[in-house]
Ligand binder design. Structure first.
Ligand code: AMP
Ligand code: MG
Length: 346
């Protein structure tokens, strides 16, 4: 989809009751390759319209600024890095660059926004999903073997260059989280106290839904239905990474978009990971990193990244949870999955 066509689309639903005298207004947009829903509780039509217009323009702005393959400030930076040039990144990239370095370091490199070339090689730098076959083994090994990392970037006098020609920036693993965090924080600053911003199941809330907490469904990675329900507390973000989001099948095997930077191949063993934290950017980065870490590695990476609410469904359908998540989550699928509870550990 062309960036220019990605302006907010339609107001789908006007108002709905969510308690005595309480009105919820819901609006839909299309950005970041997904349907984005904004729900506002307890505001009049005029204020809601202000919020809708502002959210639409912010989504449009971030989508265009941070796009990893349509021409954007990010693709221009990548082109300069590939030529070995030192350039001043467009200021619209600043909200990504600094937190990306921090999350990459805390995740031990499992969240690695420098692997854009690998993601492109697998065919995921396109609106259409790849049809296969998977890339040549040698091409994957050659790229993964160059170990592209954000630590290959050298900063001098506000300019950045790369010492590693294999580095290509792709912030797809947390750009949506950064955008959601900034937009919801902006709504709060504008006096909106009860908000849900849901970007295709990745969301952040403010306040409550009338006289009850926001109730969130976590998608069943084995189908279109809901696996579990959780009540989101004010300010919480809920982000999920799953092998069902973008993938192709080849010879009966699924190749999805969550790449293990250590091998260059889609990470194996995990079906989905849900993280709840106050910061949507961290929730997004951590969900991707913990997906790659898998059932064995997640407790350590979660501890380093400072997340305590984690639900990981492995490819056998077993639910691995932190004790804090076990207290919050209610499975709604029948039968409920087998559960392993494990504490994040440093
Ligand atoms: P998410 O759905 O938040 O997990 O993000 C998935 C997107 O992140 C992919 O489509 C890629 O663009 C990018 N990506 C895939 N694997 C990684 C990784 N290990 N580290 C950082 N970004 C990744
Ligand atoms: Mg993510």
């Amino acid at each position: 989809m062309k960036a220019t066509r990605l302006i907010a689309l339609v107001l789908v639903l006007a108002t709905g009751a969510c308690g005595p005298g309480i009105q919820a207004r819901e609006y839909s947009f299309f950005a970041f390759g997904t349907l984005v829903r904004l729900t506002l509780v307890g505001v009049n039509e005029e204020r809601a319209e202000h919020a809708r217009t502002w959210v639409a323009s912010r989504l449009h702005h971030y989508h265009n600024a941070w796009h990893a393959w349509e021409p954007s400030p990010l693709t221009r930076l990548n082109a300069a890095l590939a030529k070995g040039q030192a350039v001043t990144p467009d200021s619209v990239l600043q909200p990504l660059l600094k937190p990306a370095r921090r999350y990459a370091r805390l995740s031990g490199g499992l969240f690695n926004p420098a692997i854009g070339k690998l993601i492109g090689l697998w065919g995921f730098h396109a609106d259409q999903l790849p049809a296969g076959p998977p890339p040549e083994r040698a091409a994957i090994a050659a790229l993964a073997g160059k170990h592209p990392a954000l630590t290959d970037l050298v900063w001098r006098d506000g300019k950045v260059s790369s010492t590693n020609p294999a580095v290509q920036l792709d912030f797809g693993a947390f750009a949506k989280g950064v955008a959601v965090e900034r937009i919801v924080t902006g709504l709060k600053a504008r006096g909106f106290d009860n908000v849900l911003l849901d970007a295709g199941g990745d969301l952040k809330v403010l306040g409550t839904h009338g006289n009850r907490p926001w109730r969130i469904g976590i998608r069943d990675p084995d189908g279109q239905g809901v696996l579990a329900a959780v009540e989101a507390r004010p300010g919480e973000a809920v982000f999920t990474s799953g092998d069902y989001e973008r993938y192709f099948e080849w010879n009966g095997k699924r190749y999805h978009h969550l790449i293990d930077p250590r091998t260059g191949y889609p990470a194996r063993g995990t079906h989905s990971v849900t993280v709840i934290t106050q910061d949507a950017a961290l929730a997004d980065a951590a969900a991707t990193a913990l997906f790659v870490a898998g059932a064995e590695g997640w407790p350590q990476v979660a501890a380093h990244m400072g997340v305590s609410l984690v639900l990981l469904i492995d490819d056998e359908g077993v639910a691995h949870m932190s004790p804090a998540m076990a207290q919050r989550v209610k499975f709604v699928v029948e039968p409920a999955p087998p559960v392993v509870i494990e504490a994040p550990e440093s």
